[in-house]
Design a binder for this molecule. Structure first.
Ligand SMILES: Nc1ncnc2c1ncn2[C@@H]1O[C@H](COP(=O)(O)OP(=O)(O)OP(=O)(O)O)[C@@H](O)[C@H]1O
Length: 276
């Protein structure tokens, strides 16, 4: 269980997170959503101790994160960060083996159990056939799967993911999130796509300008009123037969303050006026 209580974070005189509460109950998938710059990544980084709150606390199974060492945290929290490693000259199996580092004594070589865990993780994400491939030669979707395999091999009971569907096509988006759902870990995931969030998360936290606008079940959080207030985009909600929903975002042209074509014609008229 991960619990953030009254978390505050300010930088350069600006409050990035303002008294934010988040609870990820054991085995659940919690989505953090919100517009660009609303504080999603900052909050996620706080949940594994990469950032320390100015006020408030983050607890891991009841223990304050600040009291745990980095290695203790790494044994219990796996992180799939937003930017995959760039030019690292590792193959896929070596990359996944990195997930085993916190589990064995410092400087110890991998043991048979480590190799078995890597093989199981690769198999789970469907990359067993690419184990020897350099990571740099994988597609975006394959790279994300390799990073999730690393998290699986880490055997942590908490997994944090920052926009794991970024740059992925629609098939990989669903494939990656369906894979995340199969993990039994307590999961917190930053997502931009609200329909994916509705489909794959048990609970959502909607942030805007560092504040929690709504939190709870997707059906309650993704209320058109909340979405329109935060994203300033008209939205309709279509109920689906399976009890879920689909959001459709309208063209914002009707909400633009002025007609751009009239501006263009005005501009060209002025030009004609200025240069007879
Ligand atoms: N160390 C820092 N110093 C100054 N400003 C920061 C720092 N960290 C974050 N910010 C600012 O805090 C705000 C929230 O950033 P954050 O990356 O958490 O947003 P986000 O919701 O994840 O955005 P996006 O959807 O664009 O990824 C941004 O305006 C960012 O510029």
């Amino acid at each position: 269980m991960i619990q953030a209580s009254g978390v505050v974070f300010a930088r350069r005189g600006r409050v990035v997170l303002d008294r934010v509460d988040l609870v990820a109950a054991p085995g659940t998938v919690v989505g953090i959503i919100g517009p660009n710059g609303s504080g999603k990544t900052t909050l996620l980084r706080m949940l594994f101790g990469a950032l320390v709150p100015d006020a408030g606390t983050v607890r891991l199974d009841g223990q304050e994160l600040g009291r745990l060492g980095r290695r203790q945290i790494a044994r219990r929290i796996a992180v799939v960060a937003q930017d995959p490693p760039g030019d690292i000259a590792l193959n896929v199996a070596d990359t996944v083996m990195l997930g085993r580092l916190p589990l064995r004594p410092a400087l110890a070589l991998p043991a048979r159990g480590d190799y078995a865990a890597v093989a199981i993780a690769l198999n789970r994400v469907g990359l067993a056939g690419l184990a020897e491939r350099p990571l740099s030669e994988l597609s975006g979707g394959e790279t994300q799967r390799a990073l999730i395999a690393r998290a699986i091999a880490q055997e942590a009971d908490h997994v944090l993911l920052d926009e794991p569907t970024n740059h992925l096509d629609i098939r990989y988006q669903h494939e990656i999130l369906a894979l995340v759902r199969t993990l039994s870990a307590t999961t917190v995931i930053v997502l931009h796509d609200l329909n994916l969030a509705a489909r794959y998360c048990d609970r959502l936290l909607l942030l805007d300008e560092g504040r929690v606008v709504a939190s709870g079940e997707p059906g309650d959080v993704l209320h058109p009123e909340n979405i329109e207030a935060v994203y300033r985009v008209p939205v309709s909600r279509i109920p689906l037969a399976n009890g879920s929903m689909h959001l459709i975002f309208s063209d914002t042209a009707s909400t633009r303050p002025v007609d751009e074509s009239s501006l263009l014609s005005q501009h060209s008229e002025n030009e004609i006026g200025e240069h007879p």
